[in-house]
Design a protein around this ligand. Structure first.
Ligand code: HSE
Length: 403
């Protein structure tokens, strides 16, 4: 079998793991021929022959012996330029760059069509879990109702350590970085934006609709405090950072990323540390669950390798669901039930609640629990940036089907 020559762009945690995995794979028939790095002299765990390294991505894009570019850098706009150049140069691309893909999906789909080349990116969402290819191929019918889960390993690692092991938030964050789970800027992990990017990609493959990240409500865990953990524990629940896309009817769907109270009878309750878990719900099969390592060099490299070998069999995403008619439309006109804890920023008075069911106040903090429109939370974004508040969702969709 003819060998695939790979040009690897990015040689951080994931790039180095991929180099090792490809070098030891018995059936990939692939070899890394060139590696584009930011600095030639940087000390690295994985040693490679010096002639493989370059600092110019053009050395890869313009090399006629390289048929496949694997892109694993952390700058989404640089990644976008390299991906477009590689597709235009007649090369296939495998990418793990969720921010680039979520931002530029429509253009990237069009470019695949005009160039005839393929871009695969299962590694962009949920690390080692093959969620994109399954949504694309197996769930290619009208039955899908909801995709919901933990899509970010670092924030889940932090929540597990703080919640289950009583560790300090800041210590857990530093360890998530040391273990190679976190983004180079870990605010993307804890703000929920990394989960949001993955949700945008998952939604396109789940129901065939692209919604730009800027239109979607996202709330993360940077302001989580001991009192929120205490509240959850008293109710016998955990707090998880959950991303969800939910079909409300044949005509409408909603999506958002938010911390959520998770009861012990939920699949994602047991998803701890850097693991991710995705619940897929459909008309005929109720719930299915995919679980696996969502971050880290080797788990992500396994997913990249799987896309590399899929390209050998001429696999490409067909984006079949984008042609479904009619397709549901995104709406934020939906009612959520949330917990809003605050100190100085008065969320009781400042948010347009539909109803407040419960209120609590003590010297240090207050909270309100009640119903609110998702669209009003989007409108309230400036207020919700305050660092003395925390929001957490109570799951409502399909609650009657979860016994
Ligand atoms: N920083 C990401 C995470 C890496 O923690 O999930 C995998 O996408």
């Amino acid at each position: 079998m003819e060998q695939i020559n790979i040009g690897l762009v990015g040689f951080g945690t994931v790039g180095q793991a991929l180099y090792e995995v490809v070098s030891s794979a018995r059936n990939a028939h692939a070899a890394v021929k060139r590696i584009c790095v930011r600095s030639l002299d940087k000390p690295r765990k994985v040693q490679v022959p010096a002639e493989l390294l370059t600092t110019d991505a053009a050395d890869i894009v313009n090399d006629p012996d390289i048929s496949l570019v694997v892109e694993v850098i952390d700058d989404p706009e640089a990644a976008y330029r390299i991906t477009c150049d590689a597709l235009r140069a007649g090369k296939d691309v495998v990418s793990g760059n969720k921010a680039m893909i979520a931002r530029h999906l429509p253009e990237l789909i069009e470019l695949q069509q005009t160039t005839g080349r393929a871009l695969l990116y299962d590694a962009s969402s949920c690390g080692s879990i093959p969620v994109i290819r399954n949504l694309e191929e197996y769930y290619d019918n009208d039955l899908l109702l909801e995709v919901k889960g933990i899509l970010n390993g670092s924030s889940n690692y932090i929540l597990s350590r703080v919640f289950d092991h009583g560790e300090e938030y800041a210590d857990a964050l530093v360890r998530a970085q040391k273990l190679g789970f976190a983004e180079s800027d870990p605010t993307h992990d804890i703000s929920g934006n990394d989960s949001l990017n993955k949700l945008v990609i998952i939604t396109l493959h789940a129901i065939g609709v692209y919604v730009p990240p800027k239109d979607i409500f996202v709330y993360g865990i940077p302001t989580l405090r001991a009192e929120d953990i205490r509240y959850a524990r008293e109710k016998g629940m955990k707090i998880k950072l959950v991303a969800q896309v939910v079909k409300l009817s044949d005509a409408k769907f909603t999506m958002f990323v938010m911390p959520e109270f998770v009861a012990p009878n939920r699949y994602i309750y047991a998803v701890d540390d850097e693991y991710n878990g995705v619940v897929i719900r459909g008309e005929c099969y109720d719930r299915q669950f995919m679980f696996g390592k969502g971050a880290g060099g080797r788990p992500t490299a396994s997913s990249l390798l799987s896309d590399i070998t899929a390209l050998r069999h001429n696999y490409r995403y067909e984006y079949k669901k984008s042609g479904f008619s009619p397709r549901p439309e995104y709406t934020a006109d939906v009612t959520l039930k949330i917990y809003a804890r605050y100190e100085h920023t008065d969320l009781r008075a400042g948010l347009p609640w539909i109803a407040v069911n419960e209120e609590y106040r003590c010297d240090d903090y207050r909270y309100a629990i009640g119903e609110i429109r998702l669209s009003d939370l989007i409108e309230a974004a400036p207020l919700l940036r305050a660092d003395d508040i925390f929001l957490c969702n109570f799951p409502r969709f399909f609650a009657d089907r979860d016994d």
